[in-house]
Design a protein around this ligand. Structure first.
Ligand code: SF4
Length: 269
């Protein structure tokens, strides 16, 4: 497992060029904007290692090539060399935007690992009049601070101890950094919500501990029952998720939703 302190999330890319996993148009399958059509820019690389990760092929920080959808929602791709210039990323984004497209998702892997390249891509999207939607594991508050002015909406994950995203001894540091990211996003005026994936093993104590801290920021919280993937074989029982939602609200969370991954249910990318 990677220690948070060992990961250099800065200077991994230049301002103008960076490593992309794929660019495509689909629907948002998670969180409060589920069902909105988006252009997804999937940045490559991730510093965590969650037991339910369904994007493992995009954890490589410097893949030799990326794939670009040929036309919006077609599911047909061509391959391009990495690193890509931000102007080329914007060119493909504009080509894939349709009248029903709500926003551009800056996702991963972990987009904050793209450093200044993420800032450049996000600002280029905003200059082009597009709404930007950042999906992040919240492990780099310095980067959140840099990119926030170009982010319209942020979906920030809280990784629970049973996600095994990082070694158990480093979990507290990870949690503190996620809270700093949430605080900075909210302070910067970014519309922010928090997402937590619920496993069959997720404990009420973990939800209570996390929720007491989240209550300070008054952000909406989404509980996402896990879709079995990687090391996870089973989804949690819905009664278990209901109980955890009650615990979260008793611990101070004001607004909570239970939203499974829609794109997995309907079988789209
Ligand atoms: S943070 Fe996201 S991309 Fe990274 S390991 Fe966890 S689920 Fe996978």
């Amino acid at each position: 497992m990677v220690k948070l302190s060992e990961v250099n999330l800065e200077d991994s890319e230049t301002m103008d060029r960076g490593y992309i996993g794929e660019i495509f148009n689909s629907i948002q399958g998670e969180g409060l904007y589920t069902g909105k059509r988006q252009v997804f820019i999937r940045f490559s690389g991730c510093n965590l290692n969650c037991v339910y990760c369904d994007s493992r092929e995009f954890r490589d920080l410097r893949p030799a090539r990326c794939r670009i959808e040929l036309s919006p929602g077609s599911g047909k791709f061509r391959y391009k060399k990495n690193p890509m210039r931000s102007v080329d990323v914007l060119h493909h984004v504009k080509r894939l935007v349709t009248p029903s497209t709500h926003s551009v998702s800056l996702t991963g892997g972990e987009p904050l690992m793209a450093g200044d390249f993420l800032v450049e891509v996000a600002s280029a999207c905003r200059r082009a009049g597009l709404t930007t939607y950042l999906e992040t594991n919240g492990t780099n508050s310095k980067m959140i601070e840099k990119v926030a002015e170009y982010v319209s909406i942020a979906a920030i994950d809280i990784k629970l101890p049973d996600h095994q995203a990082i070694s158990r001894s480093n979990w507290h540091d990870l949690f503190m950094e996620e809270l700093r990211c949430i605080e900075l996003a909210v302070k910067s005026g970014v519309e922010t919500f928090v997402k937590m994936v619920i496993l069959p093993s997720t404990r009420a104590e973990s939800i209570a501990r996390v929720s007491r801290q989240l209550a300070k920021f008054e952000v909406p919280v989404v509980l996402q029952p896990v879709t079995p993937a990687y090391k996870i074989r089973n989804a949690p029982k819905i009664k278990h998720v209901y109980q955890l939602a009650e615990v979260a609200c008793r611990s101070g969370v004001k607004e909570i939703s239970i939203i499974p991954q829609l794109h997995k249910l309907i079988g789209v990318h």
